[in-house]
Design a protein around this ligand. Structure first.
Ligand SMILES: Cc1cc2nc3c(=O)[nH]c(=O)nc-3n(C[C@H](O)[C@H](O)[C@H](O)COP(=O)(O)O)c2cc1C
Length: 189
């Protein structure tokens, strides 16, 4: 099983990274992980050049190719909340998914992405509602043909200013629930 992780946090040992590690430990040890850190990847946002109105795929070639390979079974979207949203570099990546919509709408290209499963991880200091971030994550999952249930596949720690993520008991239980929902059992390493 291959898991693609799109991480929107700039902090290598931060709150989001901690939950990612926690989730990793609950997945089978032969799971292959591929990571794309949005802050490091330098992926430019969609600039509405409209290439995809007339051509299949995107004009820009960069590390989005990790997503277009479509060779993963599980997509993990992980981000700290910034103004109740995912971080700007992660949104740049999500904006580039619009090529899927444009190719379908203008070129009538059938969607060829294979069905996958999804997990959303959000962290927040505690000031804002996560709803806008959840909504954009749902859009990304839908575009990529990823099955995601916000009631079961959503792991979060939303009060990190007061309760450090390492002391928050919620994410571990939510990670168990997500893994059980998606794979039937939880691996404990
Ligand atoms: C620019 C900026 C905007 C933020 N906006 C929010 C917000 O809207 N809601 C919230 O709960 N926390 C907000 N935070 C706090 C972070 O989401 C929080 O510290 C998070 O736990 C950091 O995760 P990380 O260590 O993985 O980067 C913001 C932080 C920054 C730097």
């Amino acid at each position: 099983m291959k898991v693609l992780v799109l991480n929107g946090s700039p902090r290598p040992d931060g709150d989001t990274a901690y939950i990612l590690q926690l989730l990793k430990e609950k997945l089978p040890c032969d799971t292959v992980f591929e990571y794309l850190n949005a802050f490091e990847a330098g992926i430019r946002p969609c600039d509405d050049c409209r290439y995809c109105w007339e051509n299949e795929g995107c004009r820009i070639h960069d590390r989005m190719d990790m997503i277009w390979k479509d060779d993963y079974d599980v997509l993990v979207l992980a981000s700290p909340l910034y103004m109740s949203f995912v971080t700007p570099p992660l949104f740049s990546i999500i904006s580039r998914l619009n090529v899927i919509w444009s190719n379908r709408y203008f070129l009538k290209t059938p969607g060829r992405l294979k069905p996958k499963k999804g997990i959303l991880i959000l962290t927040g200091g505690g000031d804002g509602s996560p709803d806008p971030a959840i909504r954009i994550a749902q859009t990304a999952f839908r575009f990529l043909n990823v099955q995601f249930d916000p009631a079961l596949d959503y792991i979060r720690s939303l009060n990190t200013n007061c309760v450090p993520v390492r002391e928050d008991p919620e994410p571990a239980g939510q990670a168990d629930a997500a893994v059980r929902h998606l794979f039937g059992e939880v691996h404990e390493s």
